[in-house]
Design a protein around this ligand. Structure first.
Ligand code: 5MM
Length: 327
């Protein structure tokens, strides 16, 4: 097995999932504002350090997605850079390489970051990264998403994925159909199907090795403002059906984003989906659903570190159990 394929398999190993800790500086500022804490280089380093040094984290977390700033920061007690520190704990360091969103049209977004990407990927690999992440955002709404926007995002995802593999990094391919909105679960199903179809067509067109990627999709659920909210069982069934129709069996694993669901729902949905027989491992790559309770417990105070780490490991463990329907 090539290094690329081996890393992809390890990222989605049964019983483990990925921690998305790649909030950009503006997003981090928003998260910290919710707990009345200033977002500074130091406070962000402290917070990430708190999560990454949690006892037993390596039992449940296979890899961590870092933001560029964190990638160059260090574990506080040893001074060892985070990529090296995580590798020493058998956690694979990853890096967010997209450069955010630009307007595709007044209501739709296109993810940017292809300029100079190959050079950046080479540097990240040399410094210890073994996978990368690129998130495309697809917005449900009146007459959107358009096929033009989905296609433009799918092309960029495929170009990014190819460049990653050429640099020996596993690409996390993340086409996120947003969960906010009044759309029904069936509309989410239709939009996600259209999106996945175009993404896999483009990956094929760009000769991306499917055994060397990890797909990070949304689950299919009722928009948060929809009057009918689908049950856990319906979400699991529709999500698995949609993925089965579009995701080739060579893909080693699917690591879902949480997308603003409650922590409990994100875990229950994953647990329910793992009751199905599927071709790929189904796991998590959560940001908010793994961090929310820890962030709140921490509230920016040093004396709360132990409570925050307990809250974090509890979520990591619950989602680990959900990858084997073990709740
Ligand atoms: C952690 O948040 C990620 C980056 O956000 P910004 O670039 O907007 O700051 C985000 O891409 C995240 O990795 C995924 O959406 C998964 O996180 P959630 O919270 O949806 O599980």
């Amino acid at each position: 097995m090539s290094e690329l394929h081996a890393v992809a398999h390890k990222m989605v190993e049964k019983g483990k999932g990925i921690l998305a800790a790649d909030e950009s500086t503006p997003t981090c500022a928003k998260r910290f504002a919710s707990i009345n804490t200033d977002s500074t280089t130091e406070s962000r380093n402290f917070y990430r350090n708190m999560l990454f040094t949690t006892e037993d984290i390596e039992k449940y977390i296979s890899g961590i997605i870092l933001f560029d700033e964190t990638f160059h920061q260090s574990e506080l007690s040893s001074g060892i850079k985070f990529p090296e520190y995580l590798s020493s704990k058998n956690i694979i360091p990853g890096i967010k390489v997209d450069q955010g969103l630009e307007d595709f049209s007044p209501y739709e977004k296109l993810t940017k970051g292809l300029d100079g990407l190959s050079e950046r990927l080479g540097k990240y690999y040399a410094l210890g990264a073994r996978f990368a992440k690129w998130r495309a955002v697809i917005t449900p709404g009146d007459s959107i998403p358009t096929n033009d926007c989905i296609l433009a995002n799918a092309k960029n995802l495929a170009k990014y994925a190819k460049k990653c593999q050429q640099a020996n990094l596993v690409p996390i391919v993340e086409p996120e159909v947003l969960m906010d909105g009044v759309h029904t679960i069936d509309e989410s199903f239709e939009i996600t199907s259209r999106t996945l179809k175009m993404v896999f067509d483009q990956l094929d067109e760009h000769n991306v090795s499917l055994q060397g990627i990890v797909l990070k999709p949304n689950m299919i659920l009722s928009g948060y403002e929809c009057s009918y909210q689908a049950s856990i069982e319906e979400v699991a069934e529709k999500t698995v059906n949609c993925l089965s129709a579009h995701v080739p069996s060579e893909v080693p694993g699917i690591a879902f984003l949480s997308g603003g669901q409650s922590d409990e729902d994100a875990t229950l949905h994953l647990n329910e989906m793992n009751k199905y027989e599927t071709d790929w491992n189904l796991t998590f790559s959560y940001g908010r659903a793994l961090q929310q309770s820890a962030l709140k417990a921490w509230s920016g105070k040093k004396e709360n570190v132990t409570d925050a780490q307990e809250a974090f490991i509890e979520k990591a463990k619950a989602n680990s159990l959900a990858t084997v329907s073990g709740l």
